[in-house]
Design a protein around this ligand. Sequence first.
Ligand code: B12
Ligand code: SF4
Length: 456
Amino acid sequence: MSRILLISSNTTTEPLPVYPLGMALIASSLVQNGHEVKQLDLLFNLENISSSVTCSILEFNPDFIGISIRNIDTVDSLSPSNTWYLADVKVLVEHIRKISQKPIILGGPAFSIMPEQILKFLDADFGIVGEGEISFNKLIDTISAGVKTKKIIYPFKTPITQNGFFSPLYEKELVAYYFDQSGMLSYQTKRGCPHGCNYCSYPLIEGNKLRNQSPEFVVDNLIRLKKNFHVDTLFFTDSVFNDRQGHYLTIAELMIKKKCNIKWAAYFRPEHIKQNDLKLLKNSGLYAMEVGSDAACDVTLKGINKSFNFEDIFSFNENCIKAKIPCAHFFMFGGPKETRATVQEGLKNIDRLKKCAVFVFSGIRILPKTGLHKIAVEEEIISSNNDLLKPCYYVSPLVDKNWMDIKIKEAFHKKKDRFFPPEEGQMRMRALKVFGFRGLLWDMAIIPKNRKKRSL
Ligand code: B12
Ligand code: SF4
């Protein structure tokens, strides 16, 4: 049995504070294997980060220290703060080294995207790429047995499937904090994405094969969450909630059957969803959808390797309007094949999307081992030896970025449900938070009765 201190290093509250779900799952797997675990969330301890780390190490005296790293940066080329989250994690690792000689093990989505670069930059001892539940336990056993091992552990050929999933070990104090701050908690029902969008890092984190939890397992966890913590609003953090096999519909059916009575939102892909499906989802508690529409016309959709076209996005939106489900579409301009003509066509297309929110990003963050990375090197936008640790964006060489940004701003001028640059959306949401509103918040621009005040 070992003592393991887990630290969630994420302290950003934009666009909203998100529960450290990865840490909760690692904690659950370690506890089930008989280890003693302490979860330390740095956002919860924002006012006294360094003393909370010092006290945890001195009092708990861990044998291993695991750090969960969620974000590298904001993936927003126009972000004025230009936040690079890894700088704070570096300070954290240096601080830990001053008080403990125990092995530091890294993991989390950010780490999984660029493990070699981040391990080197942070000068930690080990790192686990992808899902950590099984690998972390194995690594601890290996190190404890005095066996030499590689510094970076890559995913096994046999990842977790149906019966192997763990229930997150939510902590009461943290649940209360995040529910109060963001108006929701998070839960993941499946892993992996089989779609090969060329800019996307998600398959690097979770693999490209769908691995579903059984609907019974999901719903039992939701019922427990509600019973133990009185949580009634959730975000399903699946990369894409609507899988082609319709597994998501079986979850919704069971939520209705078991009278879960939980409101939920999730990411959707704008395809393969019928009016009846939307009705079912709504009856199960769906109150808002974040839609990965991603590019605004057929040429640029093809440029990022999407298998749907703009008409699919349009009819998806029309169906949501009929079903009275607010949705927010996310688009990126400046991707492969973007030209002046496609920007103009894309903005006209977006204008056809009624009664929905639209968020637009300018340029696409280039992440290693993606198709976009290859294109960017071939087009000499970046050199092949750029390690991509610092924010670096793809903008099509066929369009002028300044011109494009001005055109988008003009098209969205004075529209309350259009957000560009993304920071503009953050500012409006910050104002709503000051007035005590919680939740996704953009949905209030579509359906004002979705307003939810924080419980004081
Ligand atoms: C859902 C989601 C959101 C939702 C969250 C909703 C909610 N209420 O939770 C919303 C829309 C709010 C959001 C916002 C943002 N997101 Co986001 N999000 C995701 C997504 C799809 C899933 C994250 C998740 O919860 N996964 C489920 C948990 C269980 O998995 P996990 O954390 O990865 O943990 C597993 C492993 O990583 C590992 N692990 C985790 N911790 C540890 C620790 C140790 C020691 C070990 C060994 C292993 C380990 O084991 C865990 C269990 O298997 C990911 C992409 C993806 N598929 O991962 C992007 C992702 C994490 N987001 C990302 C970003 C950038 C952001 C934003 C900064 C974007 C923005 N500018 O607004 C914000 C930041 C929000 C915040 N406060 O931190 C990036 C982060 C990397 C990067 N490029 O910088 C990702 C990877 C997507 C991407 N573009 O590449 N996001
Ligand atoms: S962008 Fe969405 S659909 Fe495409 S690969 Fe990534 S997670 Fe899958």
